[in-house]
Design a protein around this ligand. Structure first.
Ligand SMILES: Cc1cc2nc3c(=O)[nH]c(=O)nc-3n(C[C@H](O)[C@H](O)[C@H](O)COP(=O)(O)OP(=O)(O)OC[C@H]3O[C@@H](n4cnc5c(N)ncnc54)[C@H](O)[C@@H]3O)c2cc1C
Length: 338
């Protein structure tokens, strides 16, 4: 918000007599993106000086705030960090945060502080490293959980699996060390209102690609899609992004519903169901097959795929639809497996 104010103060204003009228063309050369960007920076310097003069002892805090806001402005001329060109890009780990007993949030710095990651809705990144004494690289996909428009960084939520090479490696990284990334790896090419209803069936870290879709729907005021999330976890302290999901459910009570499933019963009753994803549960949340333009997304541990939809054959082959969704009468075209 502040950044927008800074930009608007930095730009010359043009008069318009009514809302639908085209704005008058500026005299001389049109303002290009780079001029806009640097205009914003110059504008922000002027604002900083003004803040210093008028706010006395708060000036330092205000100046730092402005600096932080300016950092969030993507340079429209900067190329994204990941260009989909098949090249590996080493990204430096900036910080690590504990999220659950087994999951941490890893913030990686993009090469330039004013560039975006290059992720699209929906897509993932591929990571690689060579375990000591091994010939081959270990490769694993992850879905960043921060906004695609964020500049300067990319955030991964990574759960550590005992004996799992990549998750153990990422959990061993210290700030300053690097991990190699490639991408974006295109997944489902979602666009606003392409479906009336999305049902997202996720287990554990399978929430990461679902959260990308959820953000795409609810960050876009034009998108009117209804979304139901069925999220399974072992225990309540393992639920990722619960605060964000509950906030969305409160903000959009008619369009966003979350159904929490827990292997181990929750401490307080009422907000979660104990047990795995079952046919009975899915029947209560899914629209009838063929009743509306809907899409069902699945992402979770291998056991969940086997029960709900059947697994993928490969990253590019969705495989047949089997399991509960097939038994309920849905078709392969109704379902996307991340
Ligand atoms: C599109 C996509 C996006 C993903 N995004 C994320 C993400 O944001 N965060 C994240 O932590 N992981 C994510 N994953 C899973 C990730 O790619 C790795 O599979 C996971 O980190 C384990 O890798 P590993 O090398 O440590 O262990 P592996 O050797 O691959 O697996 C170790 C053990 O864990 C089991 N396992 C693997 N993946 C899962 C899973 N998702 N749930 C439950 N058990 C599993 C395996 O069956 C095996 O028993 C994503 C996967 C896909 C396909």
């Amino acid at each position: 918000m502040f950044a927008r104010t800074v930009i608007s103060r930095a730009l010359p204003r043009q008069a318009r007599s009514y809302a639908t009228q085209q704005p008058p063309k500026p005299a001389g050369k049109p303002i290009n993106n780079a001029q806009l960007f640097f205009g914003a920076l110059i504008g922000s310097a002027a604002v900083m000086t003004a803040i210093q003069q008028f706010t006395g002892t708060d000036a330092h805090a205000a100046k730092e705030h402005v600096k932080e806001e300016v950092k969030k402005i993507a340079n429209p001329n900067a190329e994204p960090a990941l260009k989909g060109d098949g090249k590996w890009v080493p990204l430096k780990l900036a910080s690590v945060e504990d999220v659950t007993p087994t999951t941490k949030k890893f913030r990686f710095e993009l090469p330039e502080s004013d560039q975006v990651s290059g992720l699209k809705i929906t897509s993932a990144v591929l990571t690689k490293f060579k375990p000591e004494g091994k010939e081959k690289f270990t490769l694993r996909p992850y879905t960043p959980v921060n906004d695609e428009s964020d500049v300067g960084h990319l955030d991964l939520l990574v759960k550590k699996y005992p004996g799992g090479p990549m998750s153990t490696h990422i959990h061993s990284l210290q700030p300053g060390q690097v991990l190699e990334f490639k991408g974006p790896l295109p997944k489902y090419p979602y666009s606003a209102n392409m479906h009336e209803q999305l049902t997202l069936i996720a287990g554990g870290t399978g929430i990461a690609p679902m959260y990308q879709l959820i953000r795409a729907v609810f960050n876009n005021p034009e998108d009117k899609t209804a979304v139901t999330l069925v999220l399974g976890n072992v225990s309540e302290d393992e639920i990722l992004l619960k605060k964000e999901l509950d906030h969305l459910a409160t903000t959009y009570p008619r369009r966003f519903t979350v159904k929490y499933l827990l292997d181990k019963a929750a401490k307080d009753e009422g907000w979660a169901t104990t047990g795995y994803v079952t046919k009975e549960i899915l029947k209560t949340v899914l629209p009838e097959p063929g009743s509306k333009n809907q899409k069902i997304f699945v992402c979770g541990p291998p056991g969940m795929y086997a029960a709900v939809s059947g697994g993928k054959v490969s990253p590019t082959d969705q495989g047949d639809l089997t399991g509960i969704l097939k038994e309920l009468g849905y078709t392969k075209e109704d379902v996307f497996k991340f």
